[in-house]
Write a protein that binds this ligand. Structure first.
Ligand code: GLV
Ligand code: MN
Length: 228
């Protein structure tokens, strides 16, 4: 056996050509057929949704008008995110893509949140918006954007969009996942069910229980939603 085919170099080659590409795969996996319109009523859900029978598929399954409607911004954040993910638009099932519409009232913001399964890109359609994200090393990157300008948020990083203009702001965002998931930091920590014990939060945020209870009271009626 020559040195180039020693067991060590074989293991190294295996690592480089087989294991590393798997480790670096971050988006949803590729489809194994042309399409697979999600059957949202299926009783068995493994890692995504099974396909509805091809004989039942129609043109309507590939179109979605949910993002044409302005969302209500009458809430504590003054913003609304309308999702075009697999749960609202079953046509994206297995395709590894989805989109959102984000409406933000003057003075409002899409509060700090992250997507555990996707990077995000977006474009401002109307208004002026401060877009920012924080890295795992606590570096804050941000920019004021106007109509037509784009941004990108790397997968899993906390980010927000704030309306810094006088008029309402509108953005469209796109994801490399059919179901990016969205965790809103404040709601997640202070509005969970059951509630996170106060001594965890007082220690984590270095404040007293009154402050924690005050913040919890803002989020105790938060919608509890089942995320897949
Ligand atoms: C914006 O950040 C979005 O998640 O749509
Ligand atoms: Mn986002």
């Amino acid at each position: 056996m020559t040195s180039s085919t020693s067991p060590l170099s074989l293991i190294f080659s295996l690592l480089v050509y087989v294991v590393l590409p798997l480790v670096s795969r971050s988006a949803d996996s590729d489809p194994l057929q042309d399409f697979c319109i999600a059957d949202l009523n299926a009783t068995v859900i493994v890692n995504g949704f099974p396909c509805k029978p091809a004989s039942a598929v129609t043109s309507d399954d590939f179109f979605f008008d949910g993002l044409s409607k302005e969302g209500s911004t009458a809430n504590i954040f003054g913003s609304s995110v309308t999702r075009g993910n697999v749960l609202s638009f079953p046509g994206v099932n297995t395709l590894g893509i989805s989109m959102n519409r984000v409406d933000i009232a003057p003075g409002g913001m899409n509060a700090p949140h992250w997507h555990p399964r996707s990077s995000e890109s977006g474009v401002v359609i109307q208004g002026r918006v401060l877009v920012g994200f924080m890295t795992t090393g606590n570096v804050f990157y941000s920019k004021n954007l106007t109509v037509g300008q784009m941004f990108v948020i790397p997968i899993g990083l906390v980010h927000f969009q704030q309306n810094i203009g006088e008029e309402k702001a509108l953005l469209f965002t796109a994801f490399n996942s059919q179901n990016p998931g969205s965790v809103v930091a404040s709601v997640n920590l202070f509005g969970s069910t059951p509630s996170i014990p106060n001594d965890v939060l007082t220690k984590a945020f270095q404040v007293d229980a009154n402050v924690v209870n005050g913040i919890k009271s803002k989020f105790e009626s938060s919608t509890k939603c089942m995320e897949f």
